[in-house]
Design a protein around this ligand. Structure first.
Ligand code: ZN
Length: 127
């Protein structure tokens, strides 16, 4: 029997239905979302690999819309995912992305603060 996932809360259910039985999300609505919005939704996926893939693609798209979501993720993600976000913020280059990188430069994690510093240096050398 196929298993379906709600793209919003990521709970699984067995029937092909149009509304998630857990959060009520309308799956037709998901179909009509833009590619960018679908990727932003995937940032809440329970599997880290899916989240990291979505982060990478959003970076390639230079999605300024995703920056806010990235900021939220910093409080709960592991180092690997955070480093991925740092790199992608350097690609997006918006004012907000830069602000987050400035904050990450002061991170307690040496790996994160060094990477954020490098990314900011690169951004500034291009300007
Ligand atoms: Zn749901």
């Amino acid at each position: 029997m196929p298993v379906f996932y709600c793209p919003k809360c990521w709970k699984e259910f067995k029937d092909e239905i149009r509304n998630c039985p857990f959060c009520g999300f309308n799956l037709d609505e998901f179909d009509s979302l833009s590619y960018e919005d679908k990727l932003i939704t995937a940032l809440s996926h329970p599997v880290a690999d899916y989240r990291i893939n979505a982060i990478k693609i959003l970076g390639t798209l230079k999605s300024e819309k995703a920056v806010e979501k990235f900021e939220e993720m910093l409080d709960r993600e592991d180092i690997l995912t955070i480093l991925e976000i740092v790199d992608v913020l350097g690609k997006i280059k918006s004012k907000k992305a830069k602000k987050i990188l400035e904050r990450l430069k002061k991170s307690r994690s040496k790996v994160v603060s060094e990477r954020a510093e490098n990314v900011l240096d690169e951004m500034n050398s291009i300007d």
